[in-house]
Design a protein around this ligand. Sequence first.
Ligand code: DX5
Ligand code: ZN
Length: 224
Amino acid sequence: MLQIVPSIFAADFVRLGDDVRKVEQAGIQMLHVDIMDGHFVPNFTVGTPITESLRRFTRVKLDHHLMIEDPDTYAPIFIKAGADCVSVHYEVCRNLNRTLHMIQDNGAKAGVVINPATPVPLLQEVLDIADYVLVMSVNPGYGGQAFIPNSLRKVRELARVREERKLGFAIEIDGGVGPENIADVARAGVDWVVAGSSVFQAPDPAAAVREMLHLAADAFSVKV
Ligand code: DX5
Ligand code: ZN
């Protein structure tokens, strides 16, 4: 079942609690928390205080996307603060197997993220370890960017390998997804759809989530 995972990066941080309550009304099961260090990406976001506050405030799962140079040091700190799922970029991990196992040993689901320029076959050796694979459909660092269409080919490739090898990882996509392309994203085989501006910049974030879920479900229905 496809899930919409709202990214709080696009929320109003002065009213973060209100924005979270709005998307909870649409029945979301997970929130996406972008962590940027100003090195791996040319931008900063938030640290553990936001994770701790969210953990006290909501029961939904907290999916942490670490866009940072040193995930080995910081993943356990975010897990301790309340992260349920932690994804790390392929591009910064010298010992990716060890990092994924370390995240799992600390009690969280472990994801691996690939940038638009990183090909899927490079993940071949870790697909039986990772709990999920995040395909970046924009270059990380900013919200509101245009979706890179080639990302769907990467999603289809991952879905095919998952079936061939009978693996269980979830496929997540992040960046530039909204009502205009959610049907294509759903058909490609995505399980978790991160959506920032298309949810929190909408006049009614809960309605935006519901609309995208509806469009995704419609993408599979047979028209007669
Ligand atoms: C971008 C972040 C995304 C961002 C997506 O680097 O990883 O999670 O919030 O925002 P939209 O949906 O606006 O592209
Ligand atoms: Zn993200």
